[in-house]
Design a protein around this ligand. Structure first.
Ligand code: ADE
Length: 246
């Protein structure tokens, strides 16, 4: 079965949008993955086709109704093991590890919120996993869903080809990626670091590792503190020189 993202949204015309272009777009056109965007409003039952209402307890904005969204979810016939996500700034932050898990599965159902939020009862009753793409607020979940789908699609077999396996990049080993350079050799009096032109693969690898570690320490102390430590077996083979920074 092909990896399939099923998106529930009030704006199905936003899809595939950027997902129809470049790497993800070519993979979509060639059938490596499939996209199904469905209009939540199609599940509205009143004559105004209303999908939202004022928040219980008062306050600004409108809330997506539980009954309409539940009907939209229930109308999507999907296998039992399909992860059911809802994009929300209140969700658990998306990580490369979760992206890799989602890419390895059948593909998620993704609910895109709008307005002030979604009635909590449908999140609870349908077991939706709330996912955030960062600590800022978008005007809706669609761009967040596209971000998640794009991150997954590039990991699907055959999408990135032989050029890049997805293993030598930011977050794959708990570090930010080292800086890259290409021609010209000198740009505005800035030469490419000489080691990268040496042809000595071991020295290049050491330079890149050190650069990735320095960048991560400077920019993302949270990632640095949480980076994978050498395994017990690796430590037995080669004890670290400095045991305070194990
Ligand atoms: N919807 C609005 N803001 C969002 C965010 N930061 N992440 C996921 N979904 C959102």
């Amino acid at each position: 079965m092909v990896w399939r993202a099923t998106v529930l949204t009030l704006f199905p015309e936003m899809f595939p949008g950027p997902l129809g272009i470049s790497l993800a777009g070519r993979a979509l056109a060639s059938g490596v993955w499939a996209l199904d965007s469905r209009d939540i409003r199609a599940s509205a039952t009143d004559r105004h086709r209303s999908v939202d209402d004022t928040p219980a307890g008062g306050g600004p904005g409108m809330v997506l109704r539980a009954d309409v969204l539940a009907a939209a979810i229930d109308a999507t016939i999907l296998p039992q093991d399909v992860p059911r996500l809802v994009m929300s700034p209140r969700g658990r932050p998306l990580t490369q590890a979760r992206v890799a898990e989602l890419a390895a599965g059948p593909g998620p159902l993704i609910v895109c919120g709008r307005f002030e939020g979604i009635d909590q009862r449908v999140i609870d009753a349908r077991g939706l996993e709330e996912v955030s793409i960062g600590d800022y607020v978008l005007s809706g979940g669609e761009i967040a869903a596209m971000t998640l789908i794009d991150a997954c699609v590039r990991l699907l077999p055959g999408v990135m080809g032989k050029l890049c396996s997805g293993t030598d990049e930011s977050f794959s080993d708990g570090l930010l990626e080292y800086p890259q350079y290409t021609r010209p050799q000198s740009f505005e009096d800035r030469p490419i670091p000489e080691i990268l032109l040496s042809g000595d693969h071991a020295r290049v690898a050491r330079w890149r590792q050190a650069a990735a570690e320095t960048l991560t320490q400077e920019r993302r102390p949270d990632l640095w503190a949480a980076r994978p430590k050498p395994s017990e077996s690796a430590r037995k083979r080669k004890p670290p020189k400095n045991t305070t920074d194990g």
